[in-house]
Write a protein that binds this ligand. Structure first.
Ligand code: FES
Length: 335
């Protein structure tokens, strides 16, 4: 497997990158921290100008890549691998010092259990060789196969020697095929933590909003808050939306956690369903109609597919909530 040299201009710093390895990872291995946030191709934080050389784009459909980036030869280093020696232009702001408080670490995950929770929805549990250090609301990058990396929200609380994901199957999706085809005992490289929309200290009351498989993130927060034994600000409302009742997975556990923390759980489905006695409507509509005012006293945490989370963020912004009080982790339609 050839190694390539990646030079950072104008600094003159350089490092080696293996074939097929992301440039972001290669830099991290060498102790150089290029700016990143989502780690999978959504935020654009890791976008850099490629001055010389050729890269392999590992995720051509990445939402952060725009047509003008191709014209200007800008690449996402979190989803690009070297195919020759490279020269990248890096501004000072794109070169960070390591996050000493919570550095991203490589783990070897071993699939320990998988469980069907609902239609096309599974819980997958991977044991690690050490504790998983992250903050509830963050996610892990999983290398499903060479050149196939995807991000999954972590559902368990930090500190355990495992990570638990709640994943929805996507028909004919390469990532789904790999993940759902794993057998107990199979190993995968897992890096964590990633993501900036995690639970923070605040003097405002948290409102948690789970959309579909985003319930993983909200579960991690609730499970962790229960372990804190009243030392943290507890949520008062937990919204949980899905298209149908069968897709509101792990409802009993959520109910028990919400009860324990003194929060009200408000599940809602999008499509009317006989026998359903809860609320009906999109999550943002249910919040609009049922969250008591004044909303200024809340901090909002939302997680789920962007198609559900983005309308929630927009609705909150339109209602005058400051962006710093909206932590919204949206992910793509899956693959
Ligand atoms: S880190 Fe978000 S697109 Fe690369």
């Amino acid at each position: 497997m050839p190694d390539y040299t990646v030079k950072l201009e104008p600094h003159g710093l350089s490092f080696k990158a293996h074939e097929g390895e992301t440039i972001l990872n290669a830099a991290r291995r060498a102790g150089l921290w290029l700016a990143f946030e989502c780690g999978w191709g959504d935020c654009g934080t890791c976008k850099l100008a490629l001055k010389e050389g050729e890269v392999e784009n590992l995720f051509p459909e990445a939402p952060a890549i725009k047509p003008q980036d191709e014209r200007r030869n800008r690449i996402l280093v979190c989803q690009s691998a070297a195919r020759s020696n490279l020269v990248l232009q890096v501004k000072k702001k794109d070169l960070n010092s390591p996050r000493e408080d919570l550095p991203t670490k490589d783990h070897r995950g071993t699939l320990a259990a998988s469980e069907v929770l609902g239609p096309g929805i599974q819980r997958l549990s991977f044991t690690l060789e050490g504790p998983a250090n992250f903050i509830p609301g963050q996610y892990a990058m999983v290398e499903l196969a060479p050149r196939l990396r995807r991000a999954y929200l972590i559902a368990n609380p930090p500190g355990e020697e495992k990570v638990e994901f709640i994943v929805r199957y996507k028909e004919e999706g390469a990532a789904s095929e790999h993940l759902f085809g794993l057998a107990n005992g199979d190993h995968l490289p897992i890096e964590l933590p990633y993501g900036a929309d995690y639970y923070r200290e605040s003097n405002r009351t948290p409102v948690l909003i789970a959309c579909g498989a985003g319930v993983a993130s909200i579960l991690s927060m609730l499970r962790w808050l229960r372990m804190q034994d009243g030392q943290r600000e507890k949520p008062r409302y937990v919204f949980y939306g899905a298209p149908s009742p069968e897709e509101l997975v792990l409802l009993d556990e959520l109910e028990e956690l919400a009860d324990h923390l003194g929060a009200e759980l408000l599940p809602a489905i999008e499509h009317p369903h006989s026998g359903w006695r809860g609320m009906v409507g999109t999550v943002q509509r249910v919040i609009e109609n049922s969250l008591p005012t004044p909303w200024e006293e809340y901090t909002f945490y939302a997680a789920g597919p962007s198609s559900a989370v983005d309308p929630v963020s927009s609705m909150l912004k339109n209602a005058g909530i400051r962006v710093t009080r909206i932590r919204a982790e949206g992910f793509g339609p899956g693959s």
